[in-house]
Design a protein around this ligand. Structure first.
Ligand SMILES: Nc1ncnc2c1ncn2[C@@H]1O[C@H](COP(=O)(O)OP(=O)(O)OP(=O)(O)O)[C@@H](O)[C@H]1O
Ligand SMILES: [Mg+2]
Length: 279
C-alpha cells in the first residue's frame, strides 16, 4: 500500500528571508495511510495548521516535499487534482459558508469542479443524507447552531468526494453536544465511507478515537503512534504541554490510591469496565 500523503523533510518559514523569519516547520517526515483517522495535536503555535495547509496546496514547501497519491504539491499543474483528493474544513464554519441556503452551499464545491447538474444534485443529496442534514436543506446557514453550521461546512467538502478530509480544530467553538455530534459524524465518515481523516485538535477525548496520533512541538513531530502507545509516555506528554485523556488521568489517580487498575486506559468505557470488576 502506498501512503495517501507523504511528507519528506518539510521545512517552512513565515517571512522567509526577512529579519522576522520564523521557522514554523523543521524537517518534518510523515506518512498518512489511506483509510486511517490521524490526529495531529500539540500546543498552540506548534505548527499543526502550517503542516496541514501543505496537504492540499494552500502552502507550498520551501524545502522538502509533500506528495499526495504521488503527485508533488510543489507542481502547480497538480493543484486541481490534489484539491479533489484532499478537502479542508476550518475551525470557524462562517468562513466556509458562502450561500444563503444550505443546499446551495453544499453544491458550491461540486459546481466548482465543473460537474453536470444531475451529478451535483446527486452529491448534494448524498452529503445531506450522510450527515443527517436533509431536514435543513432549504434553510439559511445563518440561522443554524454552530454545530449544525460545522456539519454543513463538512457536507460541502464531502460533496466533492475527496479521499481525505482535513479538519482544523472543527469543534473548537462548539458546546459539548455540538462537539460530540461533529466528532461522531467525522468518525462515521471514516469508518463507513472509508474517508481518510486528519483531525487537528487540542481535545484528547477526540484524539483517543483516532487510529494514529502525532504530537508536534516547535515545528517538529515529537511523538507518533497509536493513542495507546503515545499516552503510555505520560511524562513526555505532560512535558509537551498536553493533557492525558480524562480516563487515563482518573486511572492514574486510582492506581496511586492503591486500586488495581491496569495501564493502557484511555477510553471512559475501559475505566468503567475496570471499576465494575473491582470488588
Ligand atoms: N501568517 C503567519 N505569519 C507569521 N507567523 C505565523 C503565521 N502563521 C503562523 N505563524 C507562526 O507559526 C507558528 C506555527 O503556527 P500554526 O498556526 O501552524 O500553529 P498551530 O499548531 O496550528 O497553533 P494553534 O493550536 O494555535 O492553531 C506559530 O508560532 C505562529 O505564530
Ligand atoms: Mg492551528
Amino acid at each position: 500500500m502506498n501512503p495517501l500523503i507523504e511528507v519528506i523533510d518539510l521545512t517552512y518559514s513565515y517571512q522567509a528571508g526577512s529579519d522576522d523569519e520564523f521557522r514554523a516547520l523543521k524537517g518534518v517526515f510523515l506518512q498518512v495511510w489511506p483509510g486511517e483517522m490521524l490526529a495531529i495535536t500539540g500546543q498552540n503555535g506548534s505548527g499543526k495548521s502550517t503542516l496541514a495547509r501543505h496537504f492540499n496546496g494552500l502552502l507550498t514547501p520551501q524545502s522538502g516535499s509533500v506528495l499526495v497519491e504521488g503527485l508533488s504539491i510543489a507542481d502547480k499543474k497538480n493543484t486541481a487534482a490534489i484539491r479533489k483528493l484532499v478537502g479542508m474544513v476550518f475551525q470557524n464554519p462562517d468562513n466556509q459558508l458562502v450561500s444563503s441556503i444550505v443546499e446551495e452551499d453544499i453544491a458550491f464545491g461540486p459546481e466548482n469542479l465543473g460537474l453536470p447538474p444531475a451529478e451535483i444534485r446527486k452529491r448534494v443529496d448524498w452529503a445531506l443524507d450522510t450527515l443527517n442534514l436533509q431536514h435543513l436543506r432549504k434553510v439559511s446557514p445563518s440561522g443554524l447552531s454552530e454545530g449544525q453550521k460545522q456539519l454543513v461546512a463538512i457536507a460541502g467538502v464531502l460533496a466533492m468526494k475527496p479521499k481525505c478530509i482535513i479538519l482544523d480544530e472543527p469543534t473548537a467553538h462548539l458546546d459539548p453536544r455540538g462537539k460530540r455530534e461533529v466528532l461522531e459524524n467525522i468518525m462515521r465518515l471514516n469508518r463507513e465511507e472509508g474517508i481518510t481523516i486528519i483531525l487537528l485538535t487540542h481535545f484528547m477525548n477526540e484524539v483517543v478515537h483516532c487510529d494514529q496520533m502525532v504530537v508536534m512541538e516547535q515545528g517538529e513531530i515529537k511523538l507518533r503512534g497509536t493513542p495507546y502507545a503515545v499516552f503510555r509516555q505520560k511524562e513526555i506528554i505532560l512535558e509537551l504541554g498536553l493533557d492525558l485523556p480524562i480516563a487515563a488521568q482518573l486511572a492514574t489517580g486510582l492506581r496511586q490510591k492503591g486500586f488495581k487498575i491496569p495501564e493502557d486506559i484511555i477510553h471512559t468505557e475501559e475505566l468503567v469496565d475496570c471499576l465494575c470488576q473491582l470488588k
